[in-house]
Ligand binder design. Sequence first.
Ligand code: HEC
Length: 249
Amino acid sequence: MMVRRVIAGLLLAASAASWGQDHGADVAELMPANNDIGDIASLQRGARYFVNYCLGCHSAQYVRYNRLGEDLGLTDAQVLENLMFGAGQLHDTMISSMRPEDGALWFGVAPPDLSLIARSRGVDYLYNYMRGFYSDPSRPTGSNNLWLENTAMPDVLWEMGGTRSAVFSEHDEDGVVTRTLDHFEVIREGSVSEEEYDQVIRDITNFLEYIGEPIQLERRALGVRVIAFLLIFLVISYMLKREIWRGVH
Ligand code: HEC
């Protein structure tokens, strides 16, 4: 029984791995997010951007502020001041002040909870999605998105990232017209440089990956400790072996 379950588990893992590869091929044009979840400063900045620019509409209902503070090396006072603006309790979860019903009413689609979005969409998608906004006056929000056509989400980072229009080229293959992005044209410069803006998006992506699996940080630290222990143990067992075999030859 046990063996059968283990085999089923292995088969499942193998098929999941190959699915991952196929899926990867689908989204080959996505630029890699290159975020580093071990970069605590980046996570701290990401948390700050998240509360300033995303929490107005999106919740992260599985994340508690005090856990966030612990993982990100922030004191309770820092969390209260920088992430909660003095309101609420440290053990609260990150709930948006906008109710999903109101979001659905205002935007047509309720802004999804972002706790697990990095796991469902992948970090590369998030990084590209947030960089994918362009001006489109035909949309109620005034913008559109390369990766989620006619998205109901406005381009919330426009002040930092600036505004740009997208120039598409059309390809006609046997009557099937496909559009691909040719280039962007800057309409208004953002308040930060392009590299800085990239880093902002990377920090937010990093934060979303972290909240998707907070234990990752601990696992890494634990991994380092386990390897250190094994190395020390290796030395001890080698010395022990020499001690035991001394004089046997
Ligand atoms: C003004 C409200 C608003 C703000 C602020 C906002 N969003 Fe959204 N967001 C939405 C709405 C509405 C949707 C649903 C879009 C859709 O399905 O078309 C959405 C969808 C998303 C999605 C899912 C995209 C997908 O593929 O389904 C992600 C990821 C996301 N938002 C990230 C963010 C991040 C990160 C921030 C902060 C930088 C942010 N949002 C700020 C309204 C908002």
